[in-house]
Design a protein around this ligand. Structure first.
Ligand SMILES: *[C@@H]1O[C@H](CO)[C@@H](O)[C@H](O)[C@H]1NC(C)=O
Ligand SMILES: *[C@@H]1O[C@H](CO)[C@@H](O)[C@H](O)[C@H]1NC(C)=O
Ligand SMILES: *[C@@H]1O[C@H](CO)[C@@H](O)[C@H](O)[C@H]1NC(C)=O
Ligand SMILES: *[C@@H]1O[C@H](CO)[C@@H](O)[C@H](O)[C@H]1NC(C)=O
Length: 745
């Protein structure tokens, strides 16, 4: 309760506020002063599941021109609508490592939301982060690394909010698996909470995200949406968050505790699973205020936060009326796709990762014949949207399942896109679009090259698909994909394997087949799947995606699903590549890996900061150098503002040393000095994607912020730059260092 009362005072102390937010906040304060308690409660309480046109709706207040706020899923496009784009999933955007594309994707999603009068788009996702490879919803987010995830959060939020739509960073926090998600307690220790799970939310808050969605799980025994520690202490006080916290659908579990704990809006307002009328806020919140259990100042703070974001995004001025109709798609609003299929195709294409390419098997050069094998090559014969919320895995996989899905306006499958190209090239196609091994083998026998399509799916736990209750039951391809590849490879033709997957699968059985000459990791591409794939297979565009997670040799190399009331997060800081590096486990394909049809050279590492060794003196953006010790700046959105100061600039020259145009993602990893507490051997702290003509060189510039060189000091409760030598590694993946240097603090 004390925390709640202090909030308005602390918030008033933040002086680095955006002008527009300051004005919006003042307007919110004035609007608030004329509202009754019932009106305020109406702004913070959903009207009930299916009781409005959107998945979340609140009560309007006509006297201040405030509408019934419309909140709608989701992270790859607009759920429950026709005439919208089914974008590539978050994980595909992450695997492009292209900040411009990630922002453009966010902007296009925002434009579609705005076009349907959706005020709050429930995207993007940084939780789950992906510590558990089998976790059902990892594909909704961007990467199993907090730095890449954080940059993608910022760019997506900037894109969505640039067109006046409120974004929602979710799920805060610790929702790493679907099993037991509504009861499990994520017992995350303070350091990993800050260095891994909170990190991308810091970027979201720094980007002024309008809303944050608290998650289903408990944290240290308290439900996230009811937790004063999670919402007041960490989010609003430590991180200086000035937007509002809304509950995941049904994730609120109390009237008074959640209000005083920092929750600002409850969704959907009625409980899915309880009898009608089981509602924590609405009249029950009014009663709690009247009884003195929740200070009215706390309700004012909720409303002020919500209204300030509505004003800050200019939604009070000519915002389109809500025309989406989630419960009757034919009654829904206009077609809002515009030309967004272009950005959908570009993200799908540039997120494709080439994992293996023996003897330049790819790109294809007008082959005389080609076999296309596997049910993943065709659209579900019952239609791409045959299963509600994509809750089946039939035909080609282009998104996972659950609330984070959208209806496909169309789905270009691999076989139709390849057929068009084959017709133009005069290539004879032999197709077998089931996973029947004998049929596939005869198709392979009839062609000079065989291409096999396999996949692995996952989703949200309210739907079980073929025994997978959200989380995957193993890391194998579905529908006997390993056996299909073995049967085709045994025919003896050069065999290319194309994989659509929500996350890592174990590839050892496939790699054991000698005739498998290439592996194309096509991810979760959305509606433009086949077109994007053809762009890369035929070399119209050079593959440039990099893995946003590690592909292991064995499933036991990853942390796994916890089937117990508590997840103690025993892996600590050691998730994904941090774990493989620390435990000396050889991955099959490491984080950041991806091949190209050309080659790249790296040279000329330069480090500039006051104290860098081998550098050129002072940083070009800031002459203050790097001071060891704790951050001391004032708090604002994202926490202490000096954490965002650029303290060192690293540059390197990347050259296209091959014969075709291509893009390389130059990656920078930092190792902390030995004076720091035990830390993963290297952590991503910068990346730049450079498009280069053959022979062309360009400079990659990495700007290191104070936070990029800090660790979370649990005793001090502060970010600290340790003293000593920081290792700097610049290269083509987490394990492909081309240049190394040192920063001395
Ligand atoms: C949860 O408990 C751990 C261990 O005591 C602690 O380090 C961490 O800060 C706690 N998390 C929250 C959100 O309070
Ligand atoms: C809300 O208030 C009603 C009326 O007092 C009460 O019956 C109900 O149990 C309350 N709901 C919750 C979830 O506390
Ligand atoms: C859905 O909307 C259409 C178009 O407005 C209408 O004709 C139809 O009756 C509606 N269906 C239902 C089930 O309400
Ligand atoms: C440079 O560093 C100082 C001290 O940390 C900080 O106040 C200032 O904002 C920084 N400037 C830039 C451009 O990062």
């Amino acid at each position: 309760m004390l925390g709640a009362l202090l909030l308005p005072l602390l918030a008033a102390g933040f002086t680095e506020a955006r002008d527009s937010w300051e004005r919006a906040n003042e307007r919110a304060g004035r609007a608030l002063s004329g509202l009754s308690l019932e009106q305020k409660v109406g702004i913070v309480t959903g009207v009930g599941w299916t009781k409005g046109p959107c998945v979340g709706n609140t009560s309007p207040v006509p006297s201040i021109g405030y509408p019934s706020l419309c909140l709608q899923d989701g992270p790859l496009g607009i759920r429950f609508a026709k005439g919208v784009t089914a974008f590539p999933a978050g994980i595909q955007a992450g695997s492009t490592w292209d900040i411009n594309l990630i922002r453009e994707r966010g902007k296009a999603m925002g434009e579609e939301a705005r076009g349907l009068g959706i005020h709050v788009l429930l995207a993007p996702v940084a939780g789950p982060l992906g510590k558990i490879a089998r976790g059902g919803r990892n594909w909704e987010g961007f990467a199993a690394d907090p730095y890449l995830s954080g940059i993608a959060m910022k760019e997506t939020i900037d894109g969505i909010q640039s067109v006046g739509v409120q974004a929602c960073a979710k799920h805060w926090i610790g929702n790493e698996q679907e099993l037991r998600r509504e009861t499990i307690s994520s017992d995350i220790k303070d350091r990993e909470l800050h260095e891994l799970y909170m990190w991308p939310f810091v970027d979201a808050i720094k980007a002024d995200v309008a809303s944050v969605m608290c998650s289903y799980n408990k944290v240290n025994g308290t439900w996230a949406c009811d937790s004063d520690d999670v919402n007041n202490r960490l989010l609003k006080n430590e991180l200086g968050y000035r937007g509002y916290v809304l509950s995941d659908w049904n994730a609120q579990h109390s009237t008074v505790q959640s209000a005083n704990g920092g929750l600002d809006m409850t969704m959907p307002g009625t409980d899915f699973n309880q009898p009608p009328g089981s509602i924590y806020w609405g009249p029950n919140l009014t009663a709690a205020v009247r009884a003195g259990e929740v200070p009215e100042a706390r309700v004012n703070d909720m409303v002020r936060r919500i209204l300030a974001q509505w004003y800050a995004l200019d939604q009070d001025r000519g915002y389109p009326a809500t025309t989406i109709n989630s419960w009757n798609l034919t009654a829904g609003g206009p077609d809002v796709q515009g030309n967004h299929k272009n950005i959908a195709r570009t993200v799908a294409r540039d997120g494709i990762v080439l994992l293996k390419n023996d003897n330049n098997a790819l790109p294809l050069k007008k082959p005389s014949s080609l076999a296309i094998i596997g049910e993943d090559a065709i659209v579900n014969p019952a239609g791409p949207n045959a299963c509600p919320d994509r809750g089946c895995n039939t035909g080609t996989l282009a998104m996972g399942w659950g609330s984070g899905t959208a209806d496909f306006p169309y789905l270009v499958d691999p076989v139709s896109a390849i057929s068009r190209r084959a017709a133009a090239d005069g290539t004879t196609l032999a197709t077998s679009t089931t996973n029947d091994q004998a049929a596939g083998a005869s198709a392979a026998a009839a062609a000079s090259t065989a291409m096999v399509f396999i996949n692995a799916d996952s989703g949200e736990g309210y739907i079980t698909v073929e025994g997978n209750a959200g989380d995957r039951i193993n890391l194998d391809p579905w529908h006997s994909g390993n056996e299909l590849v073995a049967a085709i490879a045994a025919v003896g033709k050069p065999t290319i394997v194309v994989i659509h997957s929500v996350g890592p699968i174990i590839l050892e059985s496939i790699l054991a087949q000698q005739n498998v000459v290439a592996i194309v990791w096509a991810g979760l591409p959305g509606q433009e799947s086949g077109n994007a794939l053809v762009d890369v297979l035929y070399g119209d565009v050079n593959p440039s995606g990099k893995l946003p997670y590690t592909i292991a040799k064995s499933e036991s190399d990853y942390p796994t699903i916890v089937d117990a009331p508590n997840d103690p997060f025993t892996e600590g800081l050691y998730i994904d590549y941090r774990r493989f590096d620390a435990l000396n486990i050889a991955p099959r394909y490491e984080f950041g890996f991806g091949m190209s049809y050309t080659t790249f050279g790296f040279k000329g590492l330069d480090i500039s900061s006051r104290s860098a060794r081998g550098g050129n003196g002072y940083g070009n953006r800031n002459s203050s150098g790097i001071a060891a010790g704790p951050a001391t700046g004032r708090r604002g959105p994202g926490g202490r503002q000096d954490l965002f100061d650029i303290v060192a600039t690293v540059t390197a020259t990347v050259t296209n040393t091959g014969r075709v145009q291509g893009a390389e993602v130059a990656q920078l990893y930092i190792s902390l000095p030995s004076s720091a507490p035990e830390t993963p051997p290297r952590q991503l702290r910068g990346f730049v994607k450079l498009n280069l003509r053959p022979g062309q060189s360009r400079k990659a510039t990495f700007e290191l912020r104070r936070r990029d060189l800090s660790f979370w000091d649990v005793a001090l409760q502060e970010w600290v730059v340790p003293r000593g030598n920081f290792g700097v590694q610049v290269g083509a993946s987490s394990r492909d260092a081309r240049l190394t240097g040192t920063i001395t603090v």
